[in-house]
Design a protein around this ligand. Sequence first.
Ligand code: SF4
Length: 348
Amino acid sequence: MQENPTQKISLYGMLPRDIGALLPDEKTFRSRQLFTWVQKGISSYEEMINVPKRIKEELQYQRCTLFSSQIIDEKIDTDGTAKLGIRLQDGAVIESVLLTDEHDRKTACLSSQVGCAMGCAFCSTGTMGLIRNLEASEIVEQFHHLQNRFGSISHIVYMGMGEPLANFEAVRTSIKILHHETGVNIGLRKITISTCGLAEGIRQLAEKGPHVKLAVSLAAADNQLRSTLMPINNAYPVEELQAAMQTYQKATGRRITLEYVLLAGINDTRKAARELISYSRALHVIINLIPWNPGAGLEFTSPSADSIKRFAEYLEEAGVQVTRRYRRGRGVNGACGQLAVKHQKPSD
Ligand code: SF4
């Protein structure tokens, strides 16, 4: 986002040390105290009842605000999936989704960019192109909007709009904030980054951390087919992606999820399954089969339930671990690959 002198600076994007840097004359415990208040999801300084007025005034003088974004739309599907439309300070609009499973476990699905540059053929967000990266504060605020609205959230996936590893530093900062012990303290095992396969980003994540769970959208294990579905494959072919995943596994010891969106007649064939089996042999993975969710203007079809079952059984017979994602959020266009905002009006 361009620097704008009237732009407010959201405290939601700050770690205790950042808050401390704004208040050099205050005792160090204040920065943690302020961080804890902010990460309760508050929306006004008045709520910080044990913080002296002079500190609140100083923060306001420095143009610091609490929420810099606001909810402008809310849709709830019959399966309980909720989608929020959130307007950012510059007028851009993003979407965030709350998924609730059968054990009432709530997962926040957060956006990392406005739009996305990756152009995956099966994804509505890809049709928007990239408008801009989100700031760390704008990512953290999505979590708090969802939690304030729907109650305590235990898990996070970076699987909303955008490619999180293409906005690496802001995503890393947001994870540090949401994982911080004096804030909401979500465990790293409960946070997943989902990438379309930026091998360089995976290597950086292995090297620098945080070592969260990793999900990689594969869609095909064959270079020719994958390049037609996911243009990122031209930059990082499946072999390089596999090597990056091996590096991540070596650094973290974590199993990776391979997301495999199923497109009827395209990647649900016997041949595609054989290639997927052979590809996954060199990795410690679970394959998540995702029946394609229809998106506006995209001409794919979802395989039949029988064909999905056959594909899954073929993988399982070969000893590959498989899960099948239940189609959640379709009714509100909040399912995987369905997030897209039609009218973007960011101001200059
Ligand atoms: S699937 Fe993910 S990476 Fe690909 S276009 Fe959609 S949002 Fe971007």
